[in-house]
Design a protein. Structure first.
Length: 96
């Protein structure tokens, strides 16, 4: 077994969900399209939300919490490997 010794509570990598690798020529275009779709969607959704709920700080706070929840759930199902949360990374976002 190749279990990591850095965090004994994490499952070994072979227990994680595996997605078959993409063709290397398709990886970059797919990444660009995915990023463009997500970025454009977020801009449009934010404009729509702020039209009905004119509180930008509340919207960004909700989005950050939703992203944190998504990441924690994905880690709980061993779909992704996540570094531990560090205060130095969290602190700048508390101003929102």
């Amino acid at each position: 077994s190749t279990q990591s010794t850095s965090n004994p509570t994490k499952p070994p990598r072979e227990k994680m969900i595996r997605i078959p690798p993409l063709n290397p020529r398709a990886t970059v275009p797919l990444a660009v399209l995915s990023y463009s779709f997500c970025s454009g969607s977020l801009v449009l959704v934010n404009k729509l939300i702020l039209h009905y709920l004119p509180y930008p700080s509340l919207v960004i706070t909700f989005q950050l919490w939703a992203a944190l929840l998504f990441i924690q759930v994905a880690e709980a199902f061993h779909a992704i490997d996540v570094d531990p949360i560090r205060w130095s990374c969290v602190k700048p976002y508390l101003a929102y």
